[in-house]
Design a protein around this ligand. Structure first.
Ligand code: SF4
Length: 329
């Protein structure tokens, strides 16, 4: 049997090319070789956005459209919404019994988030406990592999510790999930910083080609190329990072890099070349997204079937959990 993989994303709006290059391309590859569970973690979104949940439903639909458009295939993986499989909340409660408060209070991401999201009151019981829900998400499927970026390693370690502690008290129920580190290309935003919705510098998957070109046209380049006649350095240019992901023509890349270093080409020429490659990749993605946008019942069918498949595994795990704890069934 193929190894199980679990991964989730918070529904906070439309996804951007950073998500596509960083996570979704891996997810699409993994669905061919692993038993994958991909989950829109709406409970997690609510933990930080409880004060205004008006966009939650819409955001869930948007993220699902993006996932399907980039190539997640419901016949190869289970695509579902976290709250549709109530066992996530149940297991989270069970795991919270054995999770020491100190582990959560010491969690470095928790402290960072509290500092970074000062416009939200995150001093809630749920927000402190979000690593417990995260552990439940993974352990519910006994996923042995979790695709994670470096910044999430601490969370996965916490999930492993929670699994170990549960197993210590109640017997070996959970395997310890391992990180599946994959190479993540650097995808900067239009201002050269990390691409992020909160910086307003994103190229979104759903942006049509005109919008993408407008954003690309004005995107920051190597600051040393002040004038067209100034030579530049592709390694200092955020546009070049996009070339590395989208441009599959090494000869052209070489010519462009030479042209940049010798001021033989201008940045607009270089961006036009890049845009040609973006167009080739994004056109079928946009077509798929459009056809799904107009078919609400198709999308609903996909997530209901995904939840049904996920529930089969989740219910089996929960039966084991109740039995291991010794609860009356
Ligand atoms: Fe960047 Fe291309 Fe301009 Fe060089 S020519 S600075 S790589 S956009």
């Amino acid at each position: 049997m193929a190894d199980r993989v679990f991964s989730g994303m918070r529904p906070t709006g439309k996804l951007h090319l950073g998500h596509m290059a960083g996570a979704l391309t891996n997810w699409v590859n993994l669905q061919d070789s692993h038993e994958c569970y991909y989950c829109v973690v709406d409970w997690h979104a609510l933990m930080s956005d409880y004060a205004d949940s008006s966009m939650l439903m819409e955001n869930c639909r948007e993220i699902l459209l993006d996932w399907l458009a980039v190539g997640l295939d419901p016949s190869k993986c289970s695509i579902f919404v976290q709250s549709h499989v109530k066992e996530h909340a149940e297991l989270s409660l069970a795991l919270s019994m054995v999770t020491p408060l100190g582990w959560l209070e010491r969690n470095p991401t928790y402290k960072d988030q509290i500092l970074n999201l000062q416009n939200k009151d995150l001093s809630t019981y749920a927000f402190l406990g979000y690593p417990v829900l995260m552990a439940a998400d993974i352990l519910l499927y006994k996923a042995v592999k979790v695709p994670v970026g470096e910044d999430q390693s601490a969370h996965l370690e916490l999930s492993r510790e929670i699994a170990r502690r549960f197993n210590y008290y109640f017997g070996e129920v959970f395997p310890e999930p391992q990180a599946l580190h994959t190479t993540t290309p650097k995808i900067p935003g239009t201002d050269g910083r990390k691409m992020s919705k909160s910086y307003g510098n994103s190229l979104n998957i759903a942006d049509d080609l005109n919008v993408l070109w407008d954003k690309l046209r004005t995107m920051m380049t190597d600051p040393a190329r002040y004038k067209r006649t100034d030579p530049g350095d592709p390694d200092k240019c955020p546009v070049w990072d996009l070339h590395k992901f989208f441009n599959n023509d090494p000869e052209e890349m070489e010519e462009l890099a030479h042209g940049c270093r010798t001021a033989g080409i201008g940045c607009v020429d270089c961006k036009r070349k890049l845009f040609g490659h973006i167009e080739v990749v994004m056109t079928p993605i946009h077509e798929r997204r459009k056809s799904l946008e107009g078919d609400r019942s198709l999308l609903d069918g996909i997530i209901h079937e995904g939840a049904r498949k996920a529930r089969l595994v989740a219910q089996e795990t929960m039966e084991e959990v109740y039995k291991a704890i010794g609860m009356l069934r």
